[in-house]
Design a protein. Structure first.
Length: 133
């Protein structure tokens, strides 16, 4: 099996991502957010740094910023898990109709994503009083 050539820029981003994980583990969320913004800027096609930034922003009490980061991640790479995470953020902010659309979009991309099924069911049952049939 041939190993594809490595992109030095991508390798640097991967190394920085490991630093971010350690920074998050240490509890320095402000520094982690700054590092993730930098990585997202240096790797404009990568969506994962933005999804991780959204998690950090939510922990920092910045749900609006977290939502924007997830929407940018989705713009870079529409992925069911990103839509599911967006739905969770929207539900927590009381944006129930938007959360439903996000969960439904997640399921349109991956009909077997159990978390999206669960989250949609909880949303409809407990928040919308509209049981999913």
């Amino acid at each position: 099996m041939t190993v594809p050539p490595t992109d030095p820029q991508l390798e640097a981003v991967r190394a920085d991502h490991e630093i971010v994980l350690a920074t998050i583990a240490s509890g320095d969320l402000d520094s982690a957010a700054s590092l993730l913004r930098d990585i997202a800027q240096r790797a404009p096609r990568a969506a994962t740094p933005l999804a991780n930034l959204a998690r950090v922003q939510e922990r920092l009490g910045q749900p609006g910023e977290a939502e924007k980061s997830l929407q940018e991640a989705i713009a870079r790479r529409p992925e069911a898990a990103f839509y599911n995470a967006l739905g969770i953020l929207q539900r927590k902010q009381g944006k129930f109709a938007e959360a439903r659309r996000s969960y439904e979009q997640a399921l349109a991309l991956d009909s077997e994503l159990a978390l999206a099924h669960h989250n949609l069911a909880v949303l409809c049952d407990l928040y919308l009083d509209d049981p999913v049939t």
